[in-house]
Design a protein around this ligand. Structure first.
Ligand code: DAH
Length: 437
């Protein structure tokens, strides 16, 4: 294929092998190695294989044209033209770093036939109109003085060896290691959320979320916790006031920060018909004083499965599957009777102590400090959904059944990762965060 044809097809300049492009003969060309698979017979370098570093003045500078062609008629129009050429000179002068490149550079600017200043003399000065001649001469003299002085300064620098040192200083050492920019990581709580979500998603649950500002109806009443029910005492609640859409303040006691993720059970069942299988990760709030196991804000994962044929066996099987996936196949589970207004029967799930293997004795035969010798650790509350709850969401309690659970995420993370103070999750101390990259 002919070069011209290649060029036309690719839209790029095509440079014949071994031939410098015209007009850049004085320039330095850096040629990257020929690509192995490039056809030899074409006898060209692919445009992307050739990189020309233009250090010499380009031949199409303004000095190539006459002042008339440049539209210059008044002396004031000359200053920007000279300034542009001077800037070009300054920009290019740094490439003259040794005797050879200085000579090339000097020729390019001061060469008698084709130097830039010769171009100005021939194209600007000689044909200049009488009104312009003086000003062109003055500008040219100034430029020449600058060019002479700079080239002389560079010559001295090169001779004195200063330039060698400057080159050495500027050299880029590509073997130096790069700048390492520290990258953050997900918070341990977020990581554990993900771990637990993955386990439940793998057995057919989906993840839903709900609002952190709730109404007492969703947080309590629809969960079968009427006003003055003693269970409300366990959940010391933050009530909040806000502005409604009209800008008016909401009535005291009409909004609260949810004390658990259970209200999303109601919100989900209001929207969906059985079968429902969801988990709900999120933040919850209680007016607890902070200590190693309490915080006014913490995290829960709620679970809810409702269908026409869900039994207590499905319930315990699901929980056991989860606990073994999360803590390891070696752990045992057990459940004890408990009480929650929204489940019947209600249970408390325990796991065999992951620190002493369920034996109750730690290192050296001492009583295990984590389970206090019991061999079991309390994990979370759960149960079969109380039929009364179905009444609030218009499910037919005679046709559907299901189970629910609510796990304290922070507690699950603390147990698995050996953390003994919940506060470290919220202090954002990088020494802690860095341990869970
Ligand atoms: N919401 C309860 C709490 O925060 C935990 C809980 C217990 C959730 C039993 C449930 C459940 O869904 O069935 O203490």
């Amino acid at each position: 294929m002919r070069n011209a044809e290649l060029s036309r097809r690719s839209g790029h300049a095509v440079i014949p092998s071994g031939v410098e492009p015209a007009g850049r003969r004085q320039g330095i060309s850096l040629r990257l190695p020929r690509r192995k698979n490039f056809s030899r017979s074409a006898n060209v370098y692919a445009p992307c294989d050739v990189l020309y570093l233009s250090i010499m003045p380009t031949t199409d500078g303004s000095q190539e044209k006459t002042l008339a062609a440049l539209g210059v008629t008044q002396p004031e129009q000359l200053a920007p033209l000279f300034a542009e050429i001077r800037a070009r000179f300054d920009g290019e002068s740094s490439v003259a770093r040794d005797e050879a490149t200085l000579r090339q550079f000097r020729d390019a600017w001061l060469g008698r036939k084709s130097g830039v200043l010769a171009g100005i003399t021939d194209n600007w000065l000689k044909p200049a109109t009488p009104e312009l001649k003086r000003a062109v001469g003055a500008g040219l003299n100034q430029l020449r003085a600058h060019v002479d002085a700079q080239i002389e300064a560079r010559r001295m620098a090169i001779e004195s060896g200063a330039e060698v040192a400057a080159v050495a200083k500027d050299r880029v050492d590509l073997s130096l290691p790069g700048v390492v920019r520290p990258v953050g990581s997900r918070h341990l709580i977020r990581q554990v959320f993900q771990e637990i979500e993955d386990i439940f998603v793998s057995i057919g649950f989906s993840v839903v979320e709900g609002p952190e500002i709730e109404t007492p109806y969703y947080n309590f009443e629809a969960l079968n916790i009427p006003e003055f029910h003693p269970v409300r005492d366990d959940m010391d609640t933050f009530y909040v006031e806000a502005q409604d859409a009209t800008g008016a303040r909401t009535a005291p006691g009409s909004l609260l920060l949810r004390t658990h993720t259970s209200p999303v059970q109601i919100r989900t069942m209001e929207k969906r018909q059985p079968p429902v299988r969801v988990i709900v990760p999120g933040k919850v709030y209680r007016r607890d004083n902070p200590d190693a196991t309490h915080s006014f804000m913490f995290h829960q994962i709620e679970g809810l499965a409702v269908d026409t044929d869900i039994t207590f066996c499905d319930f315990t099987g699901t929980i056991e599957y989860f606990v073994k996936q999360y803590f390891g196949a070696g752990v045992k589970t057990r459940f004890r009777p408990s009480y929650f207004p929204f489940t019947e029967p209600s249970v408390e799930f325990d796991v065999s102590c992951i620190f002493c293997g369920g034996s109750g004795t730690g290192a050296g035969g001492a009583t295990c400090g984590k389970c206090k010798g019991a061999g079991w650790i309390e994990l979370f509350g759960a149960g079969m959904v109380d039929p009364a709850v179905y009444g609030f969401v218009h499910y037919d309690a005679k046709k559907v059944s299901g189970f629910a659970f609510g796990m304290g995420m922070d507690r699950l993370a603390m147990l698995k990762y050996g953390i003994d103070d919940i506060q470290v999750f919220f202090q954002n101390d990088v020494r802690f965060l860095k341990q869970f990259p």
